[in-house]
Design a protein around this ligand. Structure first.
Ligand code: ADP
Length: 626
């Protein structure tokens, strides 16, 4: 590893805390002897000094005791009984003694405090306080810092009442299918080990927050009837170096005792961030690295024949994870837990609608149509909001209007933090994606169009067109790359044709298309003008620190200009082809777009049939290079 380790000062904070404690104790030791005497109850009431003097001069005072802070005095009582005891604050009054003498008042100074009392106050109490404070903080530390290695994982053991099963989750069917296999592993590991199959150890659930990753992990435990340990990645990262690692060790120790079981690590990116990404330069790098290493060691540690402990981890940033975590034998399986499509949303709404009293007029399908981009958690929240509104409106059941209002509320919240499309945006995305699909259906190189979706997906895309290669390909020819470029430009071309306007949504496509065109010219030698020369220096950047090297060979200005022109021409030609195809199939573009606006997703046979109708705007035999 090329990461520079910082010198360790694990005790820095401890020293800081110690100093703080010491300062506190000294302060207490200073204040106590001064404060305690004040706490001794004093006779009341206190009177103003002027009144005291008046009383002296009126001969009402019998005896006075003066100390540096106050004057205690007793008034004459009736019939020889002692009068009330009063006090006033001492004033620097040079006349006082004379006045007292003149009025024949008995007076004395306050007797000195008992020496023992003073000694105890000054010498015994402060050390006692000091020792007590020290003990207190040590205790706290040992519960905190020293026993930090105790894992904080929450353990859920299957109880019939709160058992979660796959029936409680909807809209993530693919993930459920994948996880059913894990349930089988947990239930009957023998079946797999007997034929020598290796039981997977780790599985990564990837998807945006609130799509049901935690719920899925719990459901796996629920279905298999095994205990479920849950911990969040950030809980491993603690103050002291080594505690995270110790916690991992503890967690696995506990889990092995309860095997077969499931460990669920939420937000695994908190510990599993890629070590090469520069994140590890921060102060907590040692801690995170040690924790990660410990996790890897533990995962490697329990092998075949060992107990079945399956680790499910959740993240929404799989690309940020360290490659070591994703290696075979660790988190080698990834399951996408994405935002649900229309059907999925309706199914989720159905689950939650069962928990509230639903009015007759509520149509969950319509609600699902109105909530593209909502995740499972958002939908659960929506039903709850609607129920709250119904209760506020003093209705017996949750009505259509409550849902309408709840959608507005939830959308307003969601729009701020994530992507929920407005109707117009949805329309643009629909035409854009269908544009890709139509061009992709004719052009070689980008595989078969399998799915068009306008459900916002992951972090970046508003919609997507999924194309899968029909066979494994290692070489691509010029036609195919040109076809790919045209397909990439199909989205933008559709926007131009339909709206006569272009949005920012195509920037990613343009980037990719231009990159392809540039590679054709500078790397693959596919340009007739520039010939079979490689203008790109390949395989040098990045590795072994050659970052500074210019990625291109030294070019004459003329060649650079020729490259630019050539790239531009390739992209423009592809753009024109895309426009031709879409113009020629304008009706189909329209009808598929309308269909997808209703259904949000078109895939499989339905899609193949639609795309078979796409017609070539030119004679198919014509060279696409024309
Ligand atoms: P994540 O772990 O992906 O952030 P959670 O599993 O914690 O999301 O989901 C939060 C809550 O949202 C769940 O407790 C559940 O009530 C609801 N929820 C999320 N996704 C779904 C789903 N697919 N089906 C049913 N409920 C869901």
């Amino acid at each position: 590893m090329s990461i520079k380790k910082k010198p360790k000062f694990p005790n820095n904070r401890l020293i800081g805390n110690g100093l703080l404690i010491l300062a506190g104790v000294l302060l207490i030791a200073y204040l106590v002897p001064r404060l305690v005497p004040r706490l001794v109850p004093r006779p009341k009431p206190r009177v103003p000094y002027s009144l005291f003097i008046q009383q002296v001069e009126n001969g009402q005072v019998v005896a006075v005791q003066i100390d540096s802070e106050q004057i205690l005095y007793r008034l004459k009582g009736e019939e020889g009984k002692p009068g009330p005891l009063l006090a006033t604050t001492t004033i620097n009054d040079s006349q006082l003694l004379k006045r007292l003498e003149d009025n024949k008042v008995l007076f004395q100074a306050a007797p000195p405090q008992s020496r023992w009392f003073a000694i105890i106050l000054n010498w015994v109490i402060p050390p006692i306080i000091l020792v007590a404070a020290f003990q207190f903080f040590m205790n706290r530390n040992s519960q905190g810092a020293l026993s930090m290695s105790k894992n904080k994982a929450k353990v859920y053991i299957e109880g019939e009442s709160d058992k979660i099963t796959f029936a409680d989750i909807a809209g993530v069917e693919e993930a459920k299918t994948e996880l059913t296999e894990i349930v089988d592993f947990l239930k009957t590991p023998q079946r797999f080990t007997e034929i020598g199959a290796r039981i997977p150890k780790g599985l990564l659930l990837v998807g945006p927050p609130g799509t049901g990753k935690t719920l899925l992990a719990k459901a796996v435990a629920g279905e298999a009837g095994v205990p479920f340990f849950s911990i969040s990645g950030s809980e491993f990262v603690e103050l002291f170096v080594g505690t995270g690692a110790a916690r991992v060790r503890d967690l696995f120790g506990e889990a092995k005792k309860k095997a077969p079981c499931i460990i669920f690590i939420d937000e695994i990116d908190a510990i599993g961030k890629s070590r090469s990404s520069g994140n590890f330069q921060s102060g907590s790098s040692d801690e995170r690295e040690q924790t990660l290493n410990q996790l890897l060691t533990e995962m490697d540690g329990f092998g075949a024949g060992d107990l079945t402990v399956i680790i499910l981890a959740a993240t929404n940033r799989p690309e940020a994870l360290d490659a070591a975590l994703l290696r075979p034998g660790r988190f080698d399986r990834q399951v996408l837990v994405d935002r649900p499509d229309l059907v999925g949303r309706e199914a989720i709404l159905n689950i939650y609608a069962k928990k509230v009293k639903l009015g007759e007029d509520v149509d969950l399908h319509k609600i699902a149509v109105r909530t593209p981009g909502f995740g499972g958690a958002d939908l659960a929240n929506l039903v709850n909001e609607a129920a709250l509104l119904a209760a506020r409106n003093k209705r017996e059941t949750v009505a259509k209007e409550d849902f309408a209002e709840a959608i507005e509320r939830v959308v307003a919240g969601l729009e701020k933090r994530s992507r929920v499309l407005s109707d117009r945006e949805k329309k643009i995305v629909a035409y854009h994606e269908v544009g890709h699909a139509l061009v992709g259906a004719l052009m070689p190189g980008s595989g078969k169009v399998e799915k068009i979706s306008i459900v916002p997906r992951g972090m970046a895309a508003l919609g997507y067109t999924l194309q899968l290669p029909t066979e494994d390909r290692f070489l691509r020819d010029e036609q195919e790359i040109r076809g790919q470029i045209a397909t990439l430009l199909g989205g933008r071309a559709a926007e131009e044709i339909v709206f006569g306007n272009i949005t920012t949504g195509a920037s990613g496509d343009l980037q990719k298309a231009t990159d392809f065109a540039e590679q054709m010219v500078t790397t693959y030698g596919m340009s007739k003008v520039l010939g079979p020369l490689a203008y790109e220096r390949r395989g040098k950047g990045g590795f072994l620190g050659e970052n500074g090297v210019n990625p291109r060979r030294l070019l004459s200005e003329k060649t650079a200009e020729a490259i630019d022109n050539e790239v531009k021409e390739i992209v423009e030609k592809a753009h024109q082809q895309a426009l031709d195809i879409l113009n020629h199939n304008r009706d189909l573009l329209e009808s598929i777009s309308q269909q997808i606006l209703e259904q949000e997703v078109i895939e499989g046979d339905n899609l193949y049939q639609l795309l078979e109708q796409v017609k070539y705007p030119w004679d198919k035999q014509l060279d696409l290079n024309k």
